[in-house]
Design a protein around this ligand. Structure first.
Ligand code: DXP
Length: 257
């Protein structure tokens, strides 16, 4: 079973809660996904002028673990302040840490990310850092005290799927014992299955479900894909080869004269 900061989590699919057409569709999608964890953007919900109380109530009623995030934060100070507010509001020391460094790609500011992670871990937070596939940065995050890493597979909201599978494969190989959750850029269930087949422990996604024609049906499709990818990984998939490998033995072949 997936274990994150000492807690067992039943599902390997984590779901974002932004951009759904309505709160009821969000609730349907979360239920259909079977997700045990949903991530919530404190900044987005507060700034969006939504009836905050109602939104938080809906999330609580879903009965899933809440992973607050610092989405939309572009500086260490902003991210750290948002994390502190989230801890007060949700009564959890879990935080998905995003420090955005680039406006167009929403690429993480990995320098700010490491700095913010250090500050928050000293304050007792359990940090889930949204990072790139950079192995050195990942090492620094672990040194800072992160026990989970969340590499992207493509820019947030792009739905492109794993654009650099070789880098993800290296990332998995470099950190065999660390829970690794692929976060952002997944567009289709097949993308989720493919990263799970590489041995990642879980995926987090939002846009592909929230913006689907039928979010609940798509959430369910992603859940099945995550499960299939995990089973395939555990079953030991074949490595691709350049050359053909005959499936029929050559010995015993009929010889015609
Ligand atoms: C919801 C969240 O926390 C983000 O990391 C992001 O929105 C996920 O990426 P996608 O929207 O591309 O799935």
């Amino acid at each position: 079973m997936l274990s994150l900061y000492g807690e067992d989590i039943a599902s390997r699919l984590l779901l974002g809660t932004a951009q759904y057409p309505s709160p009821s569709i969000l609730a349907e999608a979360v239920r259909a996904s079977g997700a045990g964890i949903v991530t919530v953007s404190l900044r987005r919900e507060t700034a969006g002028g939504r009836t905050g109380g109602q939104f938080w109530e809906l999330i609580r009623e879903l009965g899933v673990r809440i992973l607050p995030n610092t989405a939309g934060c572009h500086s260490v100070k902003e991210a750290v302040t948002t994390a502190r507010m989230a801890r007060d509001l949700f009564g959890t020391d879990w935080i998905k840490l995003e420090v955005i460094g680039h406006h167009d790609t929403l690429q993480p500011d990995v320098f700010g990310l490491v700095e913010a992670a250090r500050i928050l871990i000293e304050e007792g937070f359990k940090v889930f850092p949204y990072t790139t596939e950079d192995l050195v940065v990942a090492g620094r995050l672990l040194e800072a005290g992160c026990e989970v890493l969340m590499p992207w597979c493509a820019p947030i909201g792009s739905a492109r799927g794993p654009v650099n599978p070789d880098a993800l494969r290296s990332f998995r190989a470099e950190f065999p014992d660390i829970p690794l959750i692929v976060d952002a850029g997944l567009g289709r269930p097949s993308h989720a299955a493919s990263v799970m087949e590489l041995g990642f422990d879980a995926v987090l996604l939002n846009t592909a479900v929230a913006k689907a024609g039928d979010p609940a049906a798509m959430a369910s499709a992603f859940a099945q894909a995550v499960e299939a990818g995990r089973r395939a990984f555990k079953a030991g998939p074949l490595e691709p080869r350049d050359m053909a490998v005959p499936s029929t033995p050559v010995i015993g072949k009929a010889v015609f004269e």
